[in-house]
Design a protein around this ligand. Structure first.
Ligand code: HEM
Length: 417
């Protein structure tokens, strides 16, 4: 497939004709937006060679999110052939995000209770101290990796705290998370399958010990997610041991790579948009502006670019008749650059208003951790820019190389301060 750098209608039509999520061009990973634009214009409900459908227009995607009965999140049919009878199959078909009610609603209630605005606000002082500690450590180094030394270190601590994973046991969490979510890519290579399955097995073994320990010594059921999930069992909304462990794995993963990428993508984008960067540096103490900036980073480089649903009946979407059991990929990143919803969508505009992006999805599965992610990003970005306004990239960034989770593995930079 040719790269569609300038918008040339003939090249765009050709790119659309050949577009296949299972066979993406290397250039797509660096910049998928020209493809998304071509798809929105010429084939917004694109039939894939494997029989699935790829949606790229905001107005076609919203009704899909709004109707969970017709557009199910239950992935058993889809993941059976993909994973076979493996730990990855068990994990991805048990976690709440890939289930419909009633399991979904029970687990979601337990998680949301511990992630209320009040509880999240109470995390702020600890988060400020964590971020300031990371900034001090970076100041001592001068040359840093904005991912390893900063962006990735924040969510791992926050989610670790949320589940109260002992600090000295958090080391393997990032690797497990990358491996398990990597297996959700449109193509499951043998290597991704092996590392993903190994990670689920290791994580289950680790978490079993943590759950046993928490059963013996419960935490505060108001704030401790794990105690809440365990207590749900006692309250008659019983999760099996397997269900419980997989929700923990999902929480640790869901809150980790996505938030790392939000912070990393924002710091990268600011190096490309000097006027926006100057505006944010001027207003790091203006909470309203920082909030608006975080929403724009979420829209502009959505860290979760793709979602999935499966139809439970025949249905018309965007004028196309889809059969029952049709597998749908939702183009979150494409919808968030749709000019019908966002004027001048390829421009980073930190003051954009309105900004009804769908980076956190929409409907009954809307991200349960979105306000936590927002808080992490606000504190990380405002404090970083106040301290190191003159940071520069120093070396080639390394992208994660994924279509679903957009972000960097390494972002070498030089800081002064
Ligand atoms: C920038 C950061 C984040 C992004 C972009 C993101 C994105 C998303 C998206 C798009 C969904 C919807 C999936 C679907 O509809 O199929 C989702 C669900 C979810 N996210 Fe996040 N997320 C982020 C951070 C977090 C954090 C920090 C946590 C936990 C503390 C979290 C926990 C969850 C949970 C539990 C669900 C499942 C909700 C449900 O199925 O009802 N996420 N996230």
């Amino acid at each position: 497939m040719p790269p569609v750098t300038e918008f040339d209608p003939a090249a765009a039509r050709d790119a659309v004709e050949r577009f296949d999520l299972a066979r993406l061009a290397p250039e797509f990973y660096a910049n998928p937006y020209p493809w998304y634009r071509a798809l929105r214009e010429y084939a917004p409900i694109k039939a894939m060679p494997d029989g699935s459908w790829f949606l790229t227009r905001y107005d076609d995607i919203l009704p899909v999110y709004r109707d969970p009965k017709t557009f199910s999140s239950d992935k058993k049919k889809e993941f059976g052939p993909k994973y076979g009878a493996t730990p990855l199959f068990e994990h991805h078909t048990t976690s709440l995000v890939f289930n419909d009610p009633p399991l979904h609603s029970r687990v979601r209630r337990a998680i949301l209770g511990a992630l209320s605005q009040r509880h999240i606000a109470a995390m702020e002082p600890g988060l400020v101290a964590l971020v300031d500690g990371l900034l001090d450590a970076m100041a001592a180094k001068g040359r840093v990796d904005l991912i390893e030394d900063f962006a990735a270190s924040i969510p791992i601590e926050v989610i670790g705290n949320l589940l109260r994973v002992p600090r000295d046991e958090r080391g393997p969490l990032r690797g497990w998370s990358l491996a398990i979510l990597g297996a959700l890519e449109p193509v499951l290579t043998r290597e991704r399958s092996e590392t993903g399955n190994r990670a689920v097995t290791e994580m289950l073994a680790y978490l079993k010990g943590l759950v046993d320990e928490r059963r013996a010594r419960p935490g505060d059921a108001d704030t401790d997610v794990l105690t809440r999930l365990i207590k749900g069992e006692a309250d008659g909304e019983r999760l099996t041991e397997t269900e419980l462990l997989h929700q923990c794995i999902f929480l640790l993963n869901a809150g980790h790579e996505t938030t790392t990428n939000l912070i990393g993508n924002a710091l990268h984008a600011l190096t490309k948009w000097p006027e926006q960067r100057a505006a944010l540096i001027m207003r790091t103490h203006d909470d309203g502006f920082v909030r608006s900036a975080v929403e724009e980073f979420l829209r502009f480089e959505s860290s979760n670019q793709l979602g999935n649903r499966i139809t439970t009946r025949e249905v018309v979407v965007g004028g196309a008749a889809l059969p029952a059991d049709a597998r749908i990929t939702i183009g979150i990143g494409a919808a968030n650059r749709d000019p019908a919803q966002f004027p001048d969508p390829d421009r980073l505009d930190l003051a954009r208003d309105p900004n009804r992006h769908i980076a956190f999805g929409f409907g009954i599965h809307t991200c349960a951790g979105m306000n936590l992610a927002r808080l992490e990003a606000r504190i990380a970005l405002a404090r970083f820019l106040a301290r190191f306004p003159d940071y520069t990239l120093d070396g080639e960034p390394t992208r994660g190389g994924r279509a679903r989770f957009r972000g960097f593995l390494h972002l070498p930079a030089r800081i002064v301060g």
